[in-house]
Design a protein around this ligand. Sequence first.
Ligand code: SF4
Length: 662
Amino acid sequence: MLRERTARYTSRMTEVRILSIIPPMTQLNTPYPSTAYLTGFLRSRGFDAEQADLSIGLALKLLSVEGLQAIHEQVSALPRKQHTAATRFFTEHFESYRTTLSPAIRFLQGRNPGLAYRIASRRYLPEGPRFATLDSYIANGQGEGRKGEVDALDWAFGALGLQDRAKHIATLYLYDLADVIREAIDPRFEFVRYAESLAASQPTFDRLQAALGTPRGLVDAYMHALTLEALSQHQPNLVLITAPFPGNVYGAFRIAQTIKQTNPSIVTVLGGGYCNTELRAMNEPRVFDYFDFITLDAGERPLLALIEHLQNKRPLDRLVRTYTRERHYVDFKEPDIAFSESGTPTYAGLPLDDYLSLLDMLNPMHRLWSDGRWNKLTVAHGCYWKKCSFCDVNLDYISRYDLAATDVLIDRIESLVRETGQTGFHFVDEAAPPKALKSLANALLQRKLEISWWGNIRFEKSFNADLCQLLADSGCIAVTGGLEVASDRLLKLMKKGVSVEQVARVTRAFSDAGILVHAYLMYGFPTQTVQDTVDALEYVRQLFAAGCIQSGFFHRFTCTVHSPVGKHPEQYGVTLSPPPHATFANNDINFMDATGVDHDMFGAGLKKALYNYMHGVGLDHDVREWFEPYAAAGRKNGARRRAVPGVPRTTVPPDLIERSLA
Ligand code: SF4
């Protein structure tokens, strides 16, 4: 149907009007930076470039009085049997939701701070199922915890944190509404991703195509309306849609579908992190019913080439890293735009006052991801280390390391402060280099530029006490970095270039300087044994107990086709499963590990332990306790009896981290 209506663009654009779009859903507290980078770059080259964030647009549309009414109508029409705790509560308290929603949104946008008193009283907002955790315990987010152990709000905010207390309550209130949308309207909906499973590691386009062929439900209808509004406002003839994650891809295609149905001559281009990792071997003509072009890796050079083509100044076979319907993949070799020449990002045109500061976790470090507006910048393109064996070190976004001079970075910071009025910065590097951070800190101090900043680093030894203090003095409030599996054997195998003791010393230096530390943690790496998992958790427990780290996140190792493990599995003791015949996405790949450990049995215990550690709970408990229910479940299951014979005692001395710090 769509294919019949899709007309060809013409490569005779005299005037190029560009609109860059962030498709739903990304994050609610601040714009995803991709369109800001692109728009800044394109404007620096003299183009008419605008941007729109349909992710925050969609969230606010659903969370408007009109949206709430539409949600209520659909929930009311549900058969009794299909109601859940969330939808029942919503129906019973609809009037209360209707009167409180707009004030609560304005409060979360920072426009109505006085409402904090009423919200914090807990007599103002309706409190649905999400509030169960507040009433009784610090929990693991899945209803398991330690009843009566501590009052969560008092622990986190004490008597004075009124605004934060109210923000947390209002966040739970919104999460109740998100549950209602998911359970009654669209099971694919979340505030930070939408229909993710349709795009993540999908070897064919079939599921996505089938979903795009269904009539629009409420969420899609709002997305359709927002797309039409953006087209009408900006009148673009070239639309760039960036899909950083699988959770934006369905949204990206729905937006492109609306554009092509409305005006097929508008040129649509897809780019972003999802394409860079998952679509490197795509061979799917149906994609071009929605997008005229797909570009890979850093977008600046491919877009300049594409615009020249559209202006009839460059033939199709001289495009750069671009999929086209006609020639399929074209990659005329031209150097990328240097990082120092990629322009200053701009947030012009984005509704900066509309973003919602959410406080979902009662952890001071973890809140940085959802709370507050951050100007996003990178210190460098790529990673200076580029060795970790689980990482996409062969792809451009990691492998092409390109650092700009400190002055360029300072100019960008000053420009963003002037434009947005905001002095909070998030450096979204893969791993910001210590030398560049030192130089940046000195420059910030010399110029008396007062900003707060946080970013991603490697826990390498050059971050000693002096450097950490310098960074703190320059405005650094937090760092995030990979500890992965806290095991020296596995850190060596993954070529992480750090040891557990080194991480302890470095993180302690940051913490002593007053900088919060978040550790990315991993489980299920090739050859990881049950003992490794228990010992790694013991290290993590000790790091929390010693005040080295304040926050963390465990994710399950996945093998990607671009990583050294995926390219040389034999060096890591694993065998790859035969890959599916992929014509669309191709990234994650299944593997067999000779250890035969069922890591699924440990994921929940690891996450539960970490959740409690982040709230200061359970730090004196034997780490085996977190796994006990899962080990017991395994023992009850005959099939699993041999795979999970019980959880071994840790082999790590209980004071190892303290001793190494001393
Ligand atoms: S995991 Fe981080 S430090 Fe390691 S290569 Fe990748 S980006 Fe660099």
